[in-house]
Design a protein around this ligand. Structure first.
Ligand code: OAD
Length: 250
C-alpha cells in the first residue's frame, strides 16, 4: 500500500483513473466536513438535543415514543443544512458521473449535498433528511427547502417520519443490494471521508477488492480499511479531490 501525504496524484492512480470504465465511490460524513457539516465521530455524535443524546433522539425507539420531538430535531438539522453549500469534493464526484461509462455513488450521508452538487442516482444507504416517509404505507414525500414540510401522508393520512435510517433500524431495502452489485463489478473504488467503522457500508470496498478492484482512500486519518487500500491519499476531501480538477482529471 502506498500512502501519499503530499498533495499529488500518484501515477498508479492516474493510470487507473484514466483507464477505468467502472468506478464506485463510497462517501461518509468527512466529504461534507468542509461544507460545515460536523462528522459523527468528531462532535456530531456527542450532540445533545434538549438533553437527549444524539443516538436516542435519532432512534427508532423515539419515533414510537415521541414522533413530534424527532421531527423537531430533524427540522433543526435541516435548518442548519439549508445554508450550507456543496464543496469541491461533492463537485468533483458529480463530474465523475459524466466521465465514466459506469459510475456509482454510494453515500452514508443524509444531507443531500451530493445531489445539490448535481450527482444523480445516488445510492443512499442511510436515507435523506430532505424526505419524509409514511409510517404505515411507506409513501415518500420530498421536504421543500422553504415552506412547510408535509405532516401527514397524502396517500393514507397516517403520520410521516424522517426518511432516514435511525439507530436500531435496518438499511432501506434494495439500496445495499444494488451497492453490492456495483461494488463487485467496479475496477476502481474510492473511499472518501468515512471512518469505515459502520457495517455493512464498510464491507463494500472489501467486496470490490475481493473482485480485483483498485482501492483509493481519501481521508486525513487512517481507518480500518487503510491497510486494504492500494493508495491512501492523506488529506481533506475537498483539497484532495480538487487536485483532480487541477490535473484535468474531472
Ligand atoms: P464518521 O464521523 O464516523 O467518520 C468521518 C470520517 O471522515 C473520519 O474518518 C474522519 O477522519 C474523516 N474526515 C474528517 N474530515 C474530513 C475531510 N475534510 N475530508 C475527508 N475526510 C474527513 O462518519 P461516517 O463514516 O460517515 O449512520 O459514519 C458512518 C455512519 O455512522 C453514519 O452514516 C451514521 C453513523 O452511525 C447513521 O446515522 C445510520
Amino acid at each position: 500500500m502506498q500512502s501519499v501525504p503530499t498533495l499529488q496524484i500518484p501515477n498508479a492512480l492516474r493510470q487507473r483513473f484514466e483507464a477505468a470504465q467502472s468506478v464506485l465511490v463510497l462517501t461518509g460524513a468527512g466529504v461534507s466536513a468542509e461544507s460545515g457539516v460536523p462528522t459523527f465521530r468528531d462532535g456530531g455524535k456527542a450532540t445533545l438535543w434538549k438533553g437527549l443524546p444524539f443516538d436516542l433522539i435519532s432512534s427508532a425507539q423515539m419515533v414510537q415514543r415521541d414522533l413530534p420531538a424527532v421531527w423537531e430535531w430533524f427540522d433543526f438539522r435541516r435548518a442548519l443544512l439549508r445554508d450550507l453549500q456543496p464543496n469541491a469534493a461533492h463537485n468533483a464526484i458529480a463530474h465523475w458521473q459524466e466521465r465514466f461509462p459506469q459510475f456509482t455513488l454510494v453515500t452514508q450521508n443524509v444531507d443531500g449535498l451530493h445531489q445539490r452538487a448535481g450527482s444523480r442516482e445516488v445510492i443512499e444507504l442511510h436515507g435523506n433528511i430532505w424526505r419524509a416517509r409514511c409510517i404505515s404505507c411507506n409513501a415518500i414525500f420530498a421536504i421543500p427547502e422553504e415552506g412547510n414540510r408535509p405532516d401527514e401522508c397524502l396517500a393514507c393520512g397516517d403520520p410521516l417520519r424522517p426518511d432516514v435510517v435511525l439507530f436500531g433500524e435496518m438499511l432501506p431495502s434494495g439500496a445495499f443490494e444494488s451497492a453490492i452489485l456495483r461494488a463487485s463489478t467496479c475496477e476502481l473504488c474510492f473511499i472518501i471521508g468515512t471512518s469505515a467503522l459502520v457495517y455493512p457500508a464498510a464491507s463494500l470496498p472489501e467486496i470490490a477488492k475481493a473482485q480485483g478492484a483498485f482501492l483509493c482512500e481519501v481521508n486525513p486519518e487512517r481507518t480500518p480499511l487503510s491497510g486494504l487500500c492500494d493508495i491512501v491519499l492523506t488529506g481533506k476531501a475537498a483539497e484532495v479531490l480538487g487536485l483532480f480538477d487541477e490535473n484535468s482529471l474531472l
